[in-house]
Design a protein around this ligand. Structure first.
Ligand code: CTP
Length: 215
């Protein structure tokens, strides 16, 4: 069966002037490992990526974006025909309400930047999903990893949530290795790793393939 897979990866950046932004430490490695694993499984892969310092993976279509708004538009355009969505990006949850057109000058005083929420990309895509699609969200948690992640199954309207800890120096951000707890409907639970992100990605793609075949 031909499978088309949409993957988001990396952080987003939200600028408040031309040279300053808020973001997070996501390296994009987990999303890029998923893209390679999905490609190796024979799937057609669209990879929507925030700014990362990783080589372009061979054999996938790469769509670079910067902000959550751009990621939203690009993912929205690619979502319709996809069979699998792996929403691995670490989307910035807030963005500056104002983006100054020129560099802000210091004046020796503090700076207050008002932030507004960005749209929830995954929830918006899930709201218009079609039958047969498999949607996987990721949950980046610093505490009560499993309980918090399980709440996201319903909140985001997805089939699986891959929960990982981003707390402390052993957290997933920037690391070569990862450990995931994959959570699904009816109490489904599978621990993957700790292992290299490449190995974790292979296991996750295999689980999604099983779910897809059962549909
Ligand atoms: N996500 C998204 N759009 C956002 C924020 C998150 O699509 N604006 C996606 C992430 O890519 C991930 C899932 O939602 O697949 C969960 O992200 P996470 O950061 O763990 O949770 P949040 O929804 O941001 O909730 P909270 O920060 O309160 O844990």
């Amino acid at each position: 069966m031909a499978v088309r897979c949409l993957i988001t990866a990396g952080p987003t950046r939200e600028y408040f002037d031309p040279v300053r932004f808020i973001s997070n430490p996501s390296s994009g490695r987990m999303g890029y490992a998923l893209a390679a694993a999905a490609r190796d499984a024979g799937w057609t892969v669209d990879l929507v990526s925030g700014p990362v310092s990783l080589p372009e993976p061979a054999g996938v279509m790469l769509y670079p974006v910067v902000t959550a708004e751009e990621m939203m538009r690009q993912a929205d355009a690619l979502f319709g025909p996809c069979d699998v969505l792996l929403m691995c990006a670490a989307v910035s949850d807030w963005r500056p309400a104002l983006r100054q057109p020129s560099k802000l000058k210091k004046d020796g005083r503090g700076l207050t930047v008002e932030l507004e929420p960005v749209p929830d990309i995954l929830a918006a895509l899930a709201a218009r999903r079609r039958a047969g699609q498999v949607l996987v969200g990721f949950a980046a948690e610093t505490e009560d990893v499993e309980a918090n992640a399980r709440l996201k199954l319903d909140r985001k309207g997805v089939d699986l949530v891959a929960a990982n800890s981003v707390a402390g120096p052993d957290g997933a951000f920037g690391s070569d290795t990862n450990a995931l707890i994959l959570l699904g409907r009816d109490g489904y639970r599978l621990g993957i790793g700790p292992a290299s992100k490449a190995e974790v990605a292979r296991c996750l793609v295999a689980e999604v393939a099983t779910l897809l075949a059962a549909r």
